[in-house]
Design a binder for this molecule. Structure first.
Ligand code: NAG
Ligand code: NAG
Ligand code: NAG
Length: 367
């Protein structure tokens, strides 16, 4: 009885301390390393871009008027929107004036098939050599999603055009889930291409991409990388990490930031743990079972899935034709000159291309 009440007092005392230091809602425990790279505010901004790129209405996305195109991202100017219909990939490049940076975001897998996608991830082999480094192996699906689709040339071209207008400003690359995997390959590619130190990558719930040799190469080239994981999100646990087979296993790169909750009785605190530099900190998300899809679909309270109820349809508007370009396989690239930001959609409808409209409307493809 006495012991019971003493431990209750202890919990209460600890809780009160936490309340005092946490302005009543949120507590941040910096742990192991007080890392200068992680910026909570920036994370809550970039997560909104990683969420918005799921929007299937391309008109709303291109004109930045979608339901998720608000809040911290208000005023964002899309320079390029690319949809690889064949591989069901979507990404954009634009200028975020408030960050004074070019922001690039990639969509992840659509919600309807996420369970299948996760099931497949258990068995993904390290089946491609990363060309720059002798021992580096990666998962070919993620590698080719960036390197062998419409995505790469479109993104590189848009970044080049943006740099011509805005100069050598920072580039922030983001994405959720598979979009995080593509964002990582993109960040690495841009670093190699521009030999610049101003590429920053922040991903949310991304899977593992490659082996330890790849991870250390990646970290050397793109040190300014934050890989946010959330609670029991299953995806960062995949493809699996095999502690006893260091030569054969997938291995995350640093730096993980693990969002989770700690409970004191009925009180729940949100914690953001900045993890160690190994990429596989056993005290971060690896300390729990990855068994949640729900935790995968919400980061910082932001919805990270598709907007339409059942599918990632591509919806667009004939008025976008003036900006549009489709290749022979149906992939779609919408671009505009970053130097002329004002988009006058209503006046730019071109009747001469009306015949093409129906074909383009047929881009309402179910990926
Ligand atoms: C964190 O990021 C925000 C948004 O980019 C910026 O305004 C702020 O200065 C940054 N804080 C630190 C400590 O760098
Ligand atoms: C790369 O893309 C081409 C054209 O889509 C395709 O034929 C080829 O199989 C792809 N290569 C790999 C390794 O996926
Ligand atoms: C649109 O797609 C449907 C089904 O693939 C096809 O039957 C129809 O002819 C297409 N319309 C145009 C204008 O391409």
């Amino acid at each position: 009885m006495r012991i019971m009440s003493r431990s209750r007092w202890l919990i209460l005392a600890v809780s009160l301390c936490l309340l005092v230091f946490s302005d009543g809602r949120e507590l941040k425990i910096r742990h192991k390393s007080d890392h200068p790279l992680y910026n909570h505010t920036l994370a809550t901004i970039l997560v909104e871009y990683a969420s918005a790129v799921y929007i299937s209405d391309l008109t709303e996305l291109f004109t930045w008027t979608c339901s998720r195109c608000d809040g911290w991202t208000k005023g964002f100017e899309v320079i390029e929107l690319v949809v690889d219909v064949q591989h069901c990939l979507q990404g954009f490049v634009g200028m975020a004036k408030n960050l004074n940076a070019i922001v690039i975001a990639f969509r992840g897998t659509q919600e309807t098939s996420i369970q299948n996608w996760i099931d497949d991830l258990f068995w993904k082999q390290l089946d491609a050599h990363y060309p720059e480094v002798p021992d580096a192996m990666v998962h070919s699906g993620f590698y080719y999603a960036y390197h062998n689709t419409t995505i790469r040339p479109a993104i590189i071209d848009a970044v080049k055009r943006a740099k011509e207008v805005y100069g050598d400003i920072g580039i922030m690359v983001t994405g959720h889930s598979m979009g995080g995997a593509i964002a990582s390959f993109c960040g690495l590619d841009l670093t190699l291409k521009y030999k610049s130190q101003n590429v920053q990558v922040m991903t949310f719930g991304q899977p593992r991409l490659g082996n330890a040799a790849f991870a250390s190469y990646y970290s050397k080239l793109v040190p300014n990388t934050i890989r946010v994981t959330n609670g029991h999100d299953i995806v960062p646990h995949l493809p699996p990490y095999y502690y006893y087979f260091p030569q054969k296993t997938y291995h995350h790169f640093a730096r993980e930031v693990w969002l989770h909750s700690i409970e004191f009785g009925s009180l729940v605190y949100k914690v953001e743990t900045v993890c160690d530099g190994s990429g596989e900190d056993p005290t971060c998300s690896r300390s729990v079972h990855g068994n949640s899809i729900t935790d995968h679909l919400a980061y910082y309270g932001v919805n990270m899935g598709c907007d339409a109820s059942s599918s990632c349809r591509i919806v667009n508007d004939p008025r976008l034709l003036g900006y549009g370009n489709r290749d022979s396989t149906g992939n779609l690239i919408l671009s505009r000159d970053p130097a002329t930001p004002l988009l006058k959609l209503n006046t730019e409808f071109d009747h001469r291309v009306e015949g093409m409209v129906h074909a383009l409307m047929n881009a309402s493809v179910l990926c």
